[in-house]
Ligand binder design. Sequence first.
Ligand code: GLN
Length: 287
Amino acid sequence: ARPGNTKLSVEHRIDTLLREATSALAAIPEGTPRLEAELLLSEATGWSRTRLFAWPDHPVASDAHARFHALLARRLAGEPIAYIRGRQAFWSLELHVTPATLIPRPETELLVETALETLLAEAPLRIADLGTGSGAIAAALATERPVWHLLATDRSPAALEVARENLVRLGLRNATLLRAHWSEAFAPASLDAVVSNPPYVAADDPHLARGDLRYEPREALTPGGDGLDAYRAIATDARRCLRQGGWLILEHGYDQGRDVRRILIDTGLKAPTTRSDLAGHDRVTLA
Ligand code: GLN
C-alpha cells in the first residue's frame, strides 16, 4: 500500500468493487450480475476483463471509480448494458449499438448458422437482410462468406447509420445498405436468399414493458397486432424477389413456428421447416 492512500487501496480494490457491484446488480431480473459488473468496471477503467482477473487487489483511481459508479447507476435504473457500453458481442464480432437499433441477441446466431449451412458457400449469392438494424446478420454473413453480397435494408435512417458504422469499421465491402421497407427495393427474381429477424412481439405482450425491451425501438420489437404482420409482408415480398429455388430464412418467437409456416405456405413458398435454438424453442423457419 502507498502511504497516505490506504483508504483508496482498501475500499477501491478491483475485487471489492466487483463484489459490491455484483450483489447490487443481482436485483435486476434476468441480468448477468458478475459479467455486467466486470464489463462496467472494464469500461470505467479502460482495463480488459483479463486484467481485472489478474489484479484483484489493484486499486482503482478515484476518477475511474466515479465513472464506474455513474455507469452502475444507469444499469441499476434499468438501462441495457449494451446501450451503456455502446457495444454488443454478436457471432465473432463486437458491434456498435445505440438506442436506434435492437440489441443483437444470441438467438439470432441460429439464423446466421442456418444461412451458412443452407446456402452455397462458394457461389456469389445476392442475399437480402431485411430490417438489418445494427447490421448484425448482414455483418456476420459478410464476414463468413466473402464471395456473397449482402443487401441490407432498413426503413430507419438512424438504424442505417449504426449499421454503416459497423460495416465500415469491420472493413466489409461485400455488404450494401439500402433505405427501404422490407424488400420493396429489389427487382423480381433478383435474389438468391432473403433473411430477416423482423419485429415479432404482439402489441399486447407484457414483455414490452420489461427489462431491456423498454429501451429498444418499439418498431424493431413489434409490428403491432398479433405480431405476425412483418411475416405476412416479408413472405409476399420474398416470393416476388426470390429467384426459383431461392431461400427465405426467418427468425421468429418460440411460439410462432406454426403460424409462420402457415403464412409461408399460404403465400406459395414451399416446404417450410422450423429449427430450434439452444433452449429447445422453435426459432428459425426456412422455406
Ligand atoms: N436484424 C437485426 C438483428 O437481428 C435487427 C432486428 C430487429 O430490429 N427486429 O439484430
